[in-house]
Design a protein around this ligand. Sequence first.
Ligand SMILES: C[S@@+](CC[C@H](N)C(=O)[O-])C[C@H]1O[C@@H](n2cnc3c(N)ncnc32)[C@H](O)[C@@H]1O
Length: 245
Amino acid sequence: MRQGRVSKAQRRAYSDLLPLYGVPFLPSALDFDRLFGRAAPKILEIGFGMGETTATIAQEHPENDYLGIEVHTPGVGSLLKRIADLHLENVRIIQHDAVEVVEHMIAPAALAGVHVFFPDPWPKKRHHKRRLMQPAFVALLASRMKRGARVHACTDWEEYARQMLEVLSAEPVLRNTAPGYAGRPEARPETKFLFITGFGDQFPELRELIKYGTNILQKPFLPSELLRKVEDTLSQGEAATGTEG
Ligand SMILES: C[S@@+](CC[C@H](N)C(=O)[O-])C[C@H]1O[C@@H](n2cnc3c(N)ncnc32)[C@H](O)[C@@H]1O
């Protein structure tokens, strides 16, 4: 499991709050209503990163329950802290591989929605098979969705967007509600991302951080001095920075 840097606050949230809001991985289907203490629509989010989008959506939609899956410990700590700060009652977390969670812990037709926001793009061709959105996984996800449930997926990696559209459109159980690509729905807030293209040897420190096959970094992962240097370079137009959406 990838660990990365964990801040003090994230570590404290992790140890104090994981027992309250975390769900251990078990190879048996969850009783969702029991987990959240009520019957309400259940939305699964895969790879919530630092959890800012998850927390915002959960706060704006108290009528839904959100189960977030993430493998990365600083992200889990970060979302736990947001849950406590915002007094969210409708979020639970599983720190485990999403494919195994969906396969073993989600009952058929249990979900009212699935969120997959900026999954790792695995840009190198030989790594494409590691991408999350593959036909078999999409079929598995579809089997866990209720009639009328929605998958909401987005990426800022053009070629991955094409693959997502192709794979989702080819799944017979799903129907695209947009004519092709859909725009950003208002329900998904914008968050700042730094996506790094073509830095080469310019910042060898970044190479160290980009271990996971992605060219996207979230700013909280960067030491502030390095972030300043990178942003200076970006502002000179030598690479691209972006706001997702
Ligand atoms: C590029 S980040 C996007 C984070 C977040 N969705 C956002 O929009 O800010 C992708 C995240 O997916 C997580 N991830 C990748 N594969 C995963 C898997 N199989 N199971 C759970 N999490 C995964 C990574 O740890 C990473 O935090």
